[in-house]
Design a protein around this ligand. Structure first.
Ligand SMILES: *Cc1c(COP(=O)(O)O)cnc(C)c1O
Length: 382
């Protein structure tokens, strides 16, 4: 499974890229995941040959055998990370080696081959270089990168496929919530869990998302933006908000996030915020959080703020928790984070590092394209 890459990454430029006008139009109004760049990365793997022919090619439709196992047994995993333009014009990805490591863990769980770090980060670098003109330079926008892998063996047997494709595509991304950093209202799903004990919840697999779509639609039907998932065994412990991790800020300044249970996805944003919050002097605790502790804590003031976090949504305050016969409104439930001052401070620090407005003491930013002047101006150990 530790296949080595047999060739350097080749690049075939798109002979008919988007026009400058079209690109400017998309970049002037980036949404989330609706427009894609001129190129994509591809490589194929087989049991006998390992990873073959890593390449950047023009973006376009894939052709796969209808019997490919991904189409029947959902043997698929993905990642999500962003590339950011810094004020000096340089382009950086945020912690791509953390995504590479997680993709290896997801691959192991879904019986897919490991992508070596060198191939994962090399693919991201090569695609961002080819599509550097697609990295937004205004406001809080970035180039969202979506590495993914799927099983392509044409075979109906239920076993690990002997062929797979690894690809990376890219999409200019504006704010995930178009309304800006407005608080979200969340719906407590009492009927469904996102992932089960012993299942694939800790892996970033498309199948987990398929299972979350119905409860997400129910949340929307109740006027909420996102769904809150509890554990599947006791239906009591808070796990995630939609496809995001979450944090509770207590009135005493301590910060709590649900401990990784095996069915919670180990978010890189969650992990980064742990580091940032600790550096800001907060005590950060990972432990189980009972849904009643959330409801009662907000009501009696012990819990001051609740926020969701992930690469796409960054840090988003929760304004209200609703369930079948009640709700509780959070102080953050007014515009501009309201009194969610800790949420705002954590968000500002993370976003500052990502966009190169703040020093990067943790060496999180990975430079892909150089700037107009030496990057040493603000870069810490990055
Ligand atoms: C991707 C994901 C997250 C957030 O992870 P980040 O690395 O912070 O983007 C949280 N929960 C689920 C279910 C996810 O798929």
């Amino acid at each position: 499974m530790t296949a080595t890459v047999t060739h350097p990454i080749s690049t075939t430029s798109n002979p008919a890229p988007a026009t400058d006008e079209r690109r400017a139009q998309v970049l002037g109004e980036p949404r989330f995941g609706t427009h894609f760049t001129d190129h994509m990365f591809m490589a194929e793997w087989s049991v006998g040959d390992g990873w073959q022919d890593p390449r950047v090619v023009p973006y376009g439709p894939l052709s796969i055998d209808p019997a490919s196992s991904v189409l029947h047994y959902a043997q698929e995993i993905f990642e999500g990370l962003k590339a950011y333009a810094h004020p000096d014009g340089s382009i950086h990805a945020f912690r791509p080696y953390a995504n590479a490591a997680r993709m290896r863990r997801s691959a192991a769980r879904l019986a897919l081959p490991a992508v070596p770090d060198e191939l994962f980060v090399g693919a991201v670098d090569a695609l961002v270089r080819a599509d550097a003109g697609w990295v937004p330079t205004d406001g809080e926008a970035s180039l969202y990168l979506r590495p993914f892998m799927f099983a392509t063996e044409a075979f109906f047997g239920v076993r690990a496929a002997r062929r797979a494709t690894f690809a990376v595509i890219a999409s200019p991304a504006g704010p995930y919530f178009p309304g800006g950093v407005a608080p979200v209202e969340v719906w407590l799903s009492s009927e469904y869990a996102r992932a089960g004990s012993g299942g694939t919840g800790a892996a970033k697999s498309g199948s987990n998302y398929a299972a979350s779509l119905l409860p997400q639609a129910q949340a929307a039907a109740h006027g909420c933006d996102q769904v809150v998932f509890l554990d599947d065994v006791e239906r009591r412990w808070v796990e995630e908000i939609g496809a995001m991790n979450l944090y509770f800020v207590f009135a005493d300044g301590s910060i709590v996030t649900p401990e990784l249970s095996g069915s919670i996805l180990d978010g890189i944003t969650r992990d980064s915020l742990k580091t940032i919050a600790t550096a800001m002097g907060h005590e950060v605790v990972e432990r189980r959080v009972d849904i009643d502790e959330w409801r009662d804590g907000v009501r009696d003031g012990r819990i001051a703020e609740v926020f969701a976090c992930g690469t796409a949504a960054v840090v988003t305050p929760v304004g209200r928790l609703k369930w079948a016969d009640g709700d509780v409104v959070h102080d953050a439930g007014v515009a501009d984070c309201g009194r969610a001052t800790v949420t705002r401070a954590l968000r500002d620090e993370l976003v500052g590092i990502q966009y190169g407005h703040a020093a990067d003491p943790y060496g999180w930013m990975h430079q892909i394209v150089g700037g107009r002047e030496p990057v040493a101006a603000v870069g810490g150990m990055g």
